[in-house]
Design a protein around this ligand. Structure first.
Ligand SMILES: CC(C)(COP(=O)(O)OP(=O)(O)OC[C@H]1O[C@@H](n2cnc3c(N)ncnc32)[C@H](O)[C@@H]1OP(=O)(O)O)[C@@H](O)C(=O)NCCC(=O)NCCS
Length: 332
């Protein structure tokens, strides 16, 4: 504490999510690429995923999730100081999806920016929001994880198109007493491993033209086995760092909300953190990997299920392209 500035706490006061209606099952995918329900379920745990309607972009999904989170918090849109949208599938590269959302919500006083940290984006967003509230720079922040990954998936590439889906989740983070709400945060990246999961075309390195589109450079490329190797260790390390920061133990955790990339990765993390199956939120079977939307959707479903109680200690931990990884430990 310096110059009389008191660090503030930040609490999650509202939660909401939105899933597009259309369901794409493994059996649907069997008709599109050389795959099988059996392969997808045993390798990843996924049975179906949601796919946005052609008319729906990221800001549409985000708007639905954000309205639910704001209503849940009992906050008016014009009370928000900041909107952070985590996405790798923005409506367009300019303006930020956060600005589109600000306008549609009527969040007249809010600043807004997008954050790009792939599947770790929501955890990065919560960490950023917490830091701004702790520093006294904001009191009420909307944080949204949203992805329309179906727009950047190659539905001729069986190694990727079966894994991902679309959706949005949102929370409202508000100033509160220090020592409540978010108790520990951790973020890290290793860009030397960026080519394990990337989209080559469409940025300033490789603008799209007819030839590059024909080469399918606009789509996600992934080396799944390479990612798998790092995922469990990185998530466990991130989780442990937040516990150390908070001065808490593994046995204090009530719920683990891991990024939903693969049921085998989730199981690996669960075992190393010595948690029971009932403590781990899993929805990958119904929703697939929705990148930065996965943790807030899972948090929202946990709350809607009625088993999340005030005072429960929740560990949110993610891993994704970049590579990026991180965790947030919060008392609900
Ligand atoms: C992708 C993943 C499910 C594959 O599981 P895996 O156990 O590594 O796969 P296996 O080694 O058993 O199988 C690979 C084989 O399956 C094939 N295959 C890939 N996708 C397939 C599909 N949808 N259907 C059938 N076969 C498929 C591959 O071509 C490969 O065949 P080959 O051995 O003849 O070359 C797994 O590596 C994974 O989840 N990795 C992490 C991915 C991830 O989390 N990405 C997002 C990060 S946030």
């Amino acid at each position: 504490m310096t110059r009389g500035i008191q660090p503030k706490g930040a609490r999650i006061t509202g939660i909401g999510h939105y899933l597009p209606e259309r369901v794409l099952t493994n059996f649907d995918l069997e008709k599109m690429v050389d795959t099988s329900d059996e392969w997808i379920v045993t390798r990843s745990g996924i049975r179906e995923r949601r796919i946005a309607d052609e008319s729906e972009a990221a800001s549409d999904l985000a708007l639905n999730a954000a309205r639910r989170a704001i209503e849940d918090a009992g906050v008016a849109a014009d009370e928000l100081d900041l909107i952070i949208v985590s996405t790798v599938t923005p409506d367009m590269s300019l303006p930020a999806t956060a600005c589109l959302l600000q306008s549609r919500l009527g969040a007249k006083r809010a600043a807004g920016f997008d954050l790009s940290a792939a599947c770790s984006g929501f955890v990065y967003g919560l960490t950023t929001g917490h830091a701004l509230i702790a520093a006294g720079r904001a009191k009420k922040i909307l944080i949204v994880g949203v992805e329309v990954l179906s727009r950047i998936l190659d539905y001729e590439d069986r190694a990727t198109c079966v894994l991902f889906g679309d959706g949005a989740g949102a929370v409202v983070l508000e100033e509160g007493p220090e020592g409540e709400g978010i108790l520990g945060t951790f973020m890290q990246c290793d860009g030397s491993l960026g080519e394990l999961l990337y989209v080559p075309g469409g940025g300033s390195r490789m603008p799209l033209d007819a030839q590059r589109i024909a080469e399918r450079q606009q789509y996600v490329k992934m080396r799944g086995d390479g990612l798998f190797k790092y995922a469990v260790r990185a998530m466990v390390d991130a989780a442990r760092s937040t516990l150390d920061e908070a001065g808490l133990q593994l046995s204090d955790i009530d719920y683990l909300i891991p990024h939903q990339a693969n049921i085998r990765i989730i199981e690996g993390v669960r075992k190393r953190l010595k948690l029971a199956k009932e403590q781990v939120v899993v929805n990958i079977d119904r929703i697939g990997n929705t990148s930065s939307a996965s943790i807030p959707i899972a948090l929202s479903e946990l709350r809607d299920g009625g088993t999340l109680h005030k005072g429960d200690l929740v560990m949110m931990v993610a891993f994704g392209g970049g590579l990026t990884w991180g965790a947030v430990l919060a008392r609900y």
